[in-house]
Write a protein that binds this ligand. Structure first.
Ligand code: NAP
Length: 275
Protein backbone atom coordinates (compact mmCIF):
# COMPACT_ATOMS: atom_id res chain seq x y z
CA UNK A 1 0.00 0.00 0.00
CA UNK A 2 1.37 3.41 -0.98
CA UNK A 3 1.65 5.93 1.82
CA UNK A 4 1.73 9.71 1.55
CA UNK A 5 1.85 12.48 4.13
CA UNK A 6 1.70 16.15 4.93
CA UNK A 7 4.38 17.44 7.28
CA UNK A 8 4.37 20.79 9.07
CA UNK A 9 4.43 22.21 12.60
CA UNK A 10 1.74 22.41 13.89
CA UNK A 11 -0.16 20.19 11.48
CA UNK A 12 -3.67 19.62 12.93
CA UNK A 13 -5.12 22.54 10.92
CA UNK A 14 -4.19 21.01 7.55
CA UNK A 15 -7.06 20.22 5.16
CA UNK A 16 -4.77 18.06 2.99
CA UNK A 17 -5.72 14.71 4.62
CA UNK A 18 -9.37 15.49 3.86
CA UNK A 19 -8.61 16.31 0.20
CA UNK A 20 -6.39 13.30 -0.50
CA UNK A 21 -8.61 11.01 1.59
CA UNK A 22 -11.56 12.04 -0.59
CA UNK A 23 -9.68 11.17 -3.78
CA UNK A 24 -8.35 7.84 -2.43
CA UNK A 25 -11.93 6.83 -1.65
CA UNK A 26 -13.41 8.21 -4.87
CA UNK A 27 -10.97 6.31 -7.07
CA UNK A 28 -10.89 3.16 -4.90
CA UNK A 29 -7.13 3.40 -4.44
CA UNK A 30 -5.56 1.41 -1.64
CA UNK A 31 -3.34 4.02 -0.13
CA UNK A 32 -3.03 6.30 2.85
CA UNK A 33 -2.39 9.98 3.49
CA UNK A 34 -1.54 11.09 7.00
CA UNK A 35 -0.69 14.34 8.80
CA UNK A 36 2.65 14.10 10.64
CA UNK A 37 3.95 16.83 12.93
CA UNK A 38 7.56 17.51 11.89
CA UNK A 39 9.41 20.60 13.14
CA UNK A 40 12.10 22.13 10.85
CA UNK A 41 14.96 20.51 12.80
CA UNK A 42 13.39 17.08 12.22
CA UNK A 43 12.90 17.40 8.46
CA UNK A 44 16.32 15.81 7.67
CA UNK A 45 15.64 12.48 9.44
CA UNK A 46 12.12 12.49 8.02
CA UNK A 47 13.48 12.73 4.48
CA UNK A 48 15.64 9.66 5.24
CA UNK A 49 12.42 7.72 5.89
CA UNK A 50 11.25 8.64 2.38
CA UNK A 51 14.61 7.60 0.91
CA UNK A 52 14.30 4.27 2.73
CA UNK A 53 10.99 3.62 0.92
CA UNK A 54 8.48 4.21 3.70
CA UNK A 55 6.48 6.78 1.67
CA UNK A 56 5.69 7.47 -2.00
CA UNK A 57 5.91 11.16 -1.11
CA UNK A 58 3.86 13.89 0.44
CA UNK A 59 3.21 17.56 1.06
CA UNK A 60 5.19 20.08 3.07
CA UNK A 61 3.59 23.05 4.77
CA UNK A 62 4.53 25.92 7.07
CA UNK A 63 7.25 26.20 8.45
CA UNK A 64 9.06 23.35 6.66
CA UNK A 65 8.91 24.45 3.00
CA UNK A 66 12.33 26.13 2.82
CA UNK A 67 14.07 23.47 4.95
CA UNK A 68 12.71 20.69 2.76
CA UNK A 69 13.80 22.65 -0.32
CA UNK A 70 17.37 22.78 0.97
CA UNK A 71 17.45 19.10 1.92
CA UNK A 72 15.85 17.30 -1.02
CA UNK A 73 18.12 15.57 -3.56
CA UNK A 74 16.64 17.12 -6.67
CA UNK A 75 14.19 19.94 -7.41
CA UNK A 76 12.21 20.83 -10.48
CA UNK A 77 12.91 24.16 -12.20
CA UNK A 78 9.85 25.88 -10.77
CA UNK A 79 10.75 24.94 -7.24
CA UNK A 80 14.23 26.36 -7.94
CA UNK A 81 12.66 29.64 -9.10
CA UNK A 82 10.38 29.82 -6.07
CA UNK A 83 12.96 28.66 -3.50
CA UNK A 84 10.55 26.45 -1.55
CA UNK A 85 8.88 23.05 -2.01
CA UNK A 86 5.39 21.96 -1.00
CA UNK A 87 5.42 18.53 -2.65
CA UNK A 88 7.95 15.69 -2.32
CA UNK A 89 8.09 12.60 -4.52
CA UNK A 90 10.24 9.51 -3.87
CA UNK A 91 12.30 8.45 -6.89
CA UNK A 92 14.32 5.34 -6.03
CA UNK A 93 16.35 6.34 -2.99
CA UNK A 94 16.11 10.04 -3.86
CA UNK A 95 13.61 12.72 -2.83
CA UNK A 96 12.51 15.14 -5.56
CA UNK A 97 10.96 18.48 -4.57
CA UNK A 98 8.25 20.40 -6.45
CA UNK A 99 6.29 23.58 -5.85
CA UNK A 100 2.67 23.17 -6.90
CA UNK A 101 1.39 26.42 -5.28
CA UNK A 102 2.17 27.97 -8.65
CA UNK A 103 -0.13 25.51 -10.46
CA UNK A 104 -2.75 25.85 -7.72
CA UNK A 105 -2.85 29.61 -8.12
CA UNK A 106 -3.21 29.41 -11.90
CA UNK A 107 -5.64 26.45 -11.79
CA UNK A 108 -7.93 28.32 -9.40
CA UNK A 109 -8.08 31.48 -11.52
CA UNK A 110 -8.44 29.51 -14.76
CA UNK A 111 -11.41 27.65 -13.25
CA UNK A 112 -13.17 30.51 -11.47
CA UNK A 113 -12.36 33.42 -13.79
CA UNK A 114 -11.63 32.01 -17.26
CA UNK A 115 -9.81 34.53 -19.48
CA UNK A 116 -8.53 36.43 -16.40
CA UNK A 117 -5.06 36.72 -17.93
CA UNK A 118 -6.13 38.15 -21.30
CA UNK A 119 -6.05 41.86 -20.30
CA UNK A 120 -2.76 41.45 -18.44
CA UNK A 121 -0.62 41.84 -21.56
CA UNK A 122 -1.68 45.51 -21.50
CA UNK A 123 -2.52 46.10 -17.84
CA UNK A 124 -0.86 45.56 -14.49
CA UNK A 125 -1.39 43.16 -11.63
CA UNK A 126 -1.03 44.27 -8.01
CA UNK A 127 0.38 41.69 -5.58
CA UNK A 128 0.05 42.42 -1.85
CA UNK A 129 2.63 40.66 0.32
CA UNK A 130 6.17 39.47 -0.35
CA UNK A 131 6.51 36.20 1.55
CA UNK A 132 6.73 32.60 0.34
CA UNK A 133 3.28 32.54 -1.27
CA UNK A 134 3.95 35.80 -3.12
CA UNK A 135 7.00 34.18 -4.74
CA UNK A 136 4.84 31.46 -6.27
CA UNK A 137 2.28 34.05 -7.40
CA UNK A 138 4.93 36.23 -9.06
CA UNK A 139 6.43 33.27 -10.91
CA UNK A 140 2.92 32.28 -12.03
CA UNK A 141 2.03 35.79 -13.22
CA UNK A 142 5.33 36.10 -15.09
CA UNK A 143 4.55 32.82 -16.86
CA UNK A 144 1.31 34.37 -18.21
CA UNK A 145 3.06 37.42 -19.68
CA UNK A 146 1.81 40.14 -17.34
CA UNK A 147 3.01 43.55 -18.59
CA UNK A 148 3.70 44.98 -15.16
CA UNK A 149 3.49 43.65 -11.63
CA UNK A 150 3.20 46.08 -8.71
CA UNK A 151 4.55 44.29 -5.65
CA UNK A 152 3.35 46.14 -2.55
CA UNK A 153 4.46 45.06 0.89
CA UNK A 154 4.44 46.35 4.47
CA UNK A 155 8.23 45.94 4.57
CA UNK A 156 9.56 47.50 1.38
CA UNK A 157 13.02 45.85 1.67
CA UNK A 158 11.50 42.41 1.48
CA UNK A 159 9.60 43.27 -1.70
CA UNK A 160 12.76 44.71 -3.27
CA UNK A 161 14.81 41.63 -2.42
CA UNK A 162 12.15 39.38 -3.87
CA UNK A 163 11.83 41.43 -7.08
CA UNK A 164 15.62 41.39 -7.59
CA UNK A 165 15.73 37.68 -7.01
CA UNK A 166 12.95 36.84 -9.46
CA UNK A 167 13.68 39.48 -12.11
CA UNK A 168 10.98 40.47 -14.61
CA UNK A 169 8.60 43.45 -14.82
CA UNK A 170 8.18 43.83 -11.06
CA UNK A 171 8.01 47.33 -9.51
CA UNK A 172 7.98 47.54 -5.71
CA UNK A 173 6.22 49.87 -3.34
CA UNK A 174 4.62 50.28 0.06
CA UNK A 175 1.02 49.22 0.71
CA UNK A 176 -0.16 52.83 0.83
CA UNK A 177 0.79 53.23 -2.85
CA UNK A 178 -2.17 51.05 -3.79
CA UNK A 179 -4.41 54.00 -4.70
CA UNK A 180 -1.79 55.39 -7.07
CA UNK A 181 -1.65 52.22 -9.18
CA UNK A 182 -5.21 50.90 -8.84
CA UNK A 183 -6.62 52.46 -12.01
CA UNK A 184 -4.26 50.45 -14.27
CA UNK A 185 -4.77 47.12 -12.51
CA UNK A 186 -6.68 44.23 -14.08
CA UNK A 187 -5.93 41.90 -11.16
CA UNK A 188 -5.30 42.29 -7.42
CA UNK A 189 -3.83 39.34 -5.53
CA UNK A 190 -3.59 39.24 -1.75
CA UNK A 191 -0.61 36.98 -1.01
CA UNK A 192 -0.12 38.30 2.53
CA UNK A 193 -1.53 36.88 5.74
CA UNK A 194 -3.87 39.88 6.13
CA UNK A 195 -7.44 38.58 6.07
CA UNK A 196 -6.78 35.59 8.30
CA UNK A 197 -9.24 35.58 11.19
CA UNK A 198 -11.05 38.52 9.58
CA UNK A 199 -8.18 41.03 9.72
CA UNK A 200 -8.18 43.76 7.10
CA UNK A 201 -5.85 46.13 5.27
CA UNK A 202 -6.06 49.69 6.48
CA UNK A 203 -6.71 52.33 3.83
CA UNK A 204 -6.83 50.11 0.75
CA UNK A 205 -9.12 52.02 -1.57
CA UNK A 206 -10.58 49.51 -4.02
CA UNK A 207 -12.91 52.10 -5.55
CA UNK A 208 -10.15 53.28 -7.90
CA UNK A 209 -9.92 49.86 -9.57
CA UNK A 210 -11.51 49.46 -13.02
CA UNK A 211 -14.97 47.85 -12.83
CA UNK A 212 -13.58 44.86 -14.75
CA UNK A 213 -10.77 44.17 -12.24
CA UNK A 214 -10.61 40.79 -10.50
CA UNK A 215 -9.67 40.55 -6.83
CA UNK A 216 -8.34 37.25 -5.50
CA UNK A 217 -7.19 36.27 -2.03
CA UNK A 218 -4.88 33.39 -1.08
CA UNK A 219 -6.28 33.45 2.45
CA UNK A 220 -9.23 31.05 2.72
CA UNK A 221 -10.04 31.26 6.45
CA UNK A 222 -12.45 32.99 6.31
CA UNK A 223 -13.47 32.09 2.79
CA UNK A 224 -14.78 35.60 2.17
CA UNK A 225 -12.05 37.80 3.61
CA UNK A 226 -12.76 41.49 4.38
CA UNK A 227 -10.83 42.31 1.16
CA UNK A 228 -13.11 40.09 -0.94
CA UNK A 229 -16.21 41.38 0.85
CA UNK A 230 -15.21 44.99 0.09
CA UNK A 231 -14.55 44.10 -3.56
CA UNK A 232 -17.92 42.37 -3.84
CA UNK A 233 -19.67 45.44 -2.43
CA UNK A 234 -18.17 47.41 -5.33
CA UNK A 235 -19.44 44.82 -7.82
CA UNK A 236 -15.95 43.50 -8.65
CA UNK A 237 -15.36 39.86 -9.54
CA UNK A 238 -13.68 37.93 -6.74
CA UNK A 239 -11.97 34.56 -6.47
CA UNK A 240 -11.37 33.01 -3.03
CA UNK A 241 -8.29 31.02 -2.00
CA UNK A 242 -9.90 27.64 -1.44
CA UNK A 243 -9.57 26.61 -5.08
CA UNK A 244 -5.81 27.19 -4.92
CA UNK A 245 -5.57 24.79 -2.01
CA UNK A 246 -7.53 22.17 -3.95
CA UNK A 247 -5.69 22.62 -7.25
CA UNK A 248 -2.20 22.58 -5.70
CA UNK A 249 -2.99 19.08 -4.40
CA UNK A 250 -3.60 17.57 -7.87
CA UNK A 251 -0.01 17.02 -9.12
CA UNK A 252 1.12 15.37 -5.86
CA UNK A 253 -1.74 12.89 -5.80
CA UNK A 254 -1.05 11.95 -9.41
CA UNK A 255 2.67 11.43 -8.72
CA UNK A 256 2.12 9.25 -5.63
CA UNK A 257 -0.95 7.27 -6.59
CA UNK A 258 -0.81 7.25 -10.42
CA UNK A 259 -4.12 8.94 -11.20
CA UNK A 260 -4.85 12.58 -11.96
CA UNK A 261 -7.68 13.53 -9.60
CA UNK A 262 -10.51 15.95 -10.28
CA UNK A 263 -11.37 19.03 -8.23
CA UNK A 264 -15.11 18.34 -7.99
CA UNK A 265 -17.83 20.63 -6.59
CA UNK A 266 -18.45 17.89 -3.99
CA UNK A 267 -14.82 18.09 -2.78
CA UNK A 268 -14.97 21.88 -2.64
CA UNK A 269 -18.22 21.78 -0.65
CA UNK A 270 -16.77 19.23 1.77
CA UNK A 271 -13.64 21.27 2.50
CA UNK A 272 -15.65 24.51 2.62
CA UNK A 273 -17.92 23.02 5.26
CA UNK A 274 -14.88 22.25 7.40
CA UNK A 275 -13.53 25.82 7.43
P1 NAP B 1 4.74 34.61 4.89
O1 NAP B 1 5.90 34.10 4.11
O2 NAP B 1 4.77 34.59 6.37
O3 NAP B 1 4.47 36.14 4.40
C1 NAP B 1 3.53 36.94 5.04
C2 NAP B 1 3.31 38.24 4.28
O4 NAP B 1 2.21 38.93 4.89
C3 NAP B 1 4.50 39.19 4.32
O5 NAP B 1 4.59 39.89 3.10
C4 NAP B 1 4.11 40.14 5.46
O6 NAP B 1 4.67 41.43 5.34
C5 NAP B 1 2.64 40.24 5.24
N1 NAP B 1 1.94 40.68 6.46
C6 NAP B 1 1.80 39.99 7.61
N2 NAP B 1 1.09 40.72 8.51
C7 NAP B 1 0.79 41.89 7.90
C8 NAP B 1 0.07 43.06 8.29
N3 NAP B 1 -0.47 43.16 9.51
N4 NAP B 1 -0.07 44.07 7.42
C9 NAP B 1 0.46 43.98 6.19
N5 NAP B 1 1.16 42.90 5.73
C10 NAP B 1 1.32 41.87 6.60
O7 NAP B 1 3.40 33.83 4.51
P2 NAP B 1 3.11 33.02 3.16
O8 NAP B 1 3.59 31.62 3.29
O9 NAP B 1 3.60 33.84 2.03
O10 NAP B 1 1.52 32.94 3.18
C11 NAP B 1 0.73 34.10 2.98
C12 NAP B 1 -0.74 33.71 3.05
O11 NAP B 1 -1.08 32.92 1.91
C13 NAP B 1 -1.08 32.86 4.28
O12 NAP B 1 -2.31 33.33 4.80
C14 NAP B 1 -1.25 31.46 3.71
O13 NAP B 1 -2.18 30.69 4.46
C15 NAP B 1 -1.79 31.78 2.33
N6 NAP B 1 -1.56 30.69 1.37
C16 NAP B 1 -2.65 30.11 0.79
C17 NAP B 1 -2.47 29.11 -0.13
C18 NAP B 1 -3.67 28.49 -0.77
O14 NAP B 1 -3.56 27.34 -1.23
N7 NAP B 1 -4.79 29.18 -0.82
C19 NAP B 1 -1.18 28.67 -0.49
C20 NAP B 1 -0.08 29.30 0.12
C21 NAP B 1 -0.29 30.31 1.06
P3 NAP B 1 6.16 41.75 5.92
O15 NAP B 1 7.09 41.35 4.85
O16 NAP B 1 6.10 43.21 6.16
O17 NAP B 1 6.31 40.95 7.17
Amino acid sequence: MKRAFVIGHPINHSRSPMIHGYWLKRYGIEGSYEAIDVAPQDVAPFLDRIRAGEFAGGNVTVPDKETAYALCDERDDLAEDIGAVNTLVAKGDQVVGFNTDYLGFLGNLDERAPGWDEPLGAASAIVLGAGGAARAVLVALKSRGVKEIRLLNRTLDKAETLALDLEGPIACGALDEFGRHAAEAALVVNASTVGMKGTRFERLDLSKLPKTAIVTDLVYTPLVTPLLADAQKLGLKTVDGLGMLLHQAVPGFEAWFGRKPEVTPELRAMVEASL
